[in-house]
Design a binder for this molecule. Structure first.
Ligand SMILES: Cc1ncc(COP(=O)(O)O)c(C=O)c1O
Length: 497
């Protein structure tokens, strides 16, 4: 029992006692001080040792069990489980690690592909679309102008002139904020992570769309949040289910992408946006709005952001430039309600102190010189060409058994195979023919949605779309036909829901 003598639980600490205990025991396990098969002290004994009540111990053991660090033997006690070895400093199990990597790799265009692979998996633009020469020029201008200052630490909230110009940028989209409400971030993924860090405690509920962006799911999971997904309909979240879930679980946060959602391409109607704001206002739930590409609005629909109609200041707006500019710059920004400023700034500081000064200054100059508008028009034109090619290919080649709703903007298309089919099996067949896409289970909390898949047009040229879609749809047709004749075998492996 000596091993537990060094554990110090403090009631003064802002962290719950059971979390402190869970973390201390986890450290002992991952540090090799508690070994596979060792028994944890019985609840009452541990409670006495730690001078806390039994419930604290039960809760700590429960989290350890959820993370498969320990297991229970009925009537015998709680034992340390077998640990998967690996040089993982965070102690994240290798399997989880691989799963997260798999998700993020696919979603951010970092999938390993051969030179001649047709890549419908990546929702990130390919390098030939990047404005390299223009950006080189602004980098040189910044260095000539600011010299060494460009390499100093920046204000944690972001380089002031950049925040000012970002304020003007969002005003064009109806968001009325000034520099004080803007937090510069190193990419939207960091923004999602910072909001999670600032807002969520272990065990808090977060509501997401089902399906949703994998990077956000991973960020919420990393905070120990409990995630609930609400079905996404053709015009946005099912608000009835949303309200019920809010009433029963009292979530801290709702995370959504109201325009051209990833992965489905769904956009919310104005009516749904307004109702959603009303519901969240009534129950005191913050909304994190991830605006990753509302600019790619090819038919000039109403793509108002939630933030632009948020009168109560409950929306945390996250803006990424990755899909319309260059993802490797790692630049984005948040528009945050006043009362969250301090917490977000603190989270930013403990994460990376500040975003690269050189790149912030270069982006500011790029925006100021007006090159940005030119580039945006260029990207819109390129994407629209791909988008329309994709639509004509879907109409010409997609097997009739496959269901879909065509989006009106963005880069993602979402499909549903007949219910006995598996998009992962289809993926294996397509990879053999040098075509990749994103199987739908990547975007869901559980593995029960294997019949969906996402095709993106961000990294494929119109001729590649033509060739790839013709080929992929042929593979799909053969696959579906094969499945039609083996329904019995397939249906036995479906989960009962
Ligand atoms: C919906 C969504 N949000 C955020 C991100 C992350 O963007 P960033 O590259 O700005 O971190 C992505 C990237 O794929 C995304 O699809």
């Amino acid at each position: 029992m000596e091993i537990y003598n060094n554990i110090r639980l403090s009631k003064e600490d802002s962290e719950h006692l059971y979390i402190q205990l869970y973390k201390s025991i986890k450290e002992l396990i991952l540090g090799g001080k508690l070994m596979e098969g060792d028994r944890l002290p019985p609840v009452r004994k541990m409670a006495k040792m730690m001078e806390v009540n039994n419930v604290t111990i039960v809760k700590a053991y429960e989290i350890l069990e959820k993370e498969a660090l320990v297991y229970k033997r009925i009537g015998s006690g709680t034992y340390i489980a077998h640990q998967i070895k690996g040089d993982d400093p965070e102690g994240i199990e290798e399997e989880t690690h691989q799963a997260i990597n798999k998700h993020r790799l696919l979603d951010q265009g970092q999938i390993k592909i051969e030179e001649n692979t047709i890549n419908f998996a990546s929702a990130t633009p390919s390098a030939e679309l990047f404005p390299v020469d223009d950006f080189k020029q602004v980098l040189n201008d910044v260095l000539d102008r600011d010299k060494g200052n460009a390499f100093g630490y920046q204000e944690g909230q972001g380089y002031y002139p950049l925040r000012e110009i970002l304020g003007s940028y969002v005003k064009e989209y109806g968001i009325n904020v000034d520099a004080e409400n803007i937090q510069v971030i190193s990419g939207a993924q960091q923004g999602i992570d910072l909001v999670s860090k600032a807002l969520l405690n272990y065990g808090d509920y977060v509501i997401i769309e089902g399906p949703s962006y994998t990077g956000a799911i991973a960020a919420f999971q990393s905070r120990g949040a409990r995630i609930i997904d609400i079905p996404l309909e053709y015009d946005g979240l099912n608000l009835e289910i949303l309200e019920k879930k809010i009433q029963s679980n009292r979530p801290k946060l709702l995370y959504i992408m109201p325009n051209f959602q990833n992965p489905t391409g769904v956009s919310y109607t104005r009516e749904k946006k307004e109702k959603l704001l009303e519901i969240c206002k009534n129950y005191g739930v913050y909304i994190m709005e991830d605006d990753y590409l509302s600019e790619l609005n090819y038919y000039h629909d109403d793509t108002s952001t939630l933030k632009s109609i948020d009168k109560e200041n409950i929306v945390i707006y996250v803006k990424s430039f990755s899909k319309i500019f260059m993802p490797g710059l790692r630049l984005g920004f948040l528009v945050i309600p006043n009362n969250l400023h301090g917490r977000l700034l603190m989270a930013k500081h403990t994460t990376d102190i500040s975003t690269s000064g050189l790149l912030q200054r270069a982006l500011e100059l790029y925006l100021k010189k007006g090159i940005w508008q030119q580039h945006l028009r260029y990207m819109e034109g390129k994407y629209k060409e791909r988008f329309e090619k994709m639509i004509s290919c879907i109409e010409a080649y997609m097997p009739s058994e496959v269901e879909y709703i065509l989006p009106r903007g963005g880069v993602n298309f979402w499909f549903k195979l007949p219910s006995n089919c598996s998009s992962q099996q289809l993926y294996e067949l397509a990879v053999n023919e040098n075509i990749v896409f994103a199987p739908g289970n990547l975007f869901h909390l559980n593995n029960f949605h294997d019949e969906y898949f996402r095709l993106s047009i961000a990294a494929v040229s119109p001729p590649e779309i033509e060739v790839g879609m013709r080929q992929l749809c042929k593979i799909m047709e053969e696959y579906i036909n094969k499945y039609k004749s083996s329904v019995v075998r397939a249906s036995t492996i479906k989960p009962i829901l």
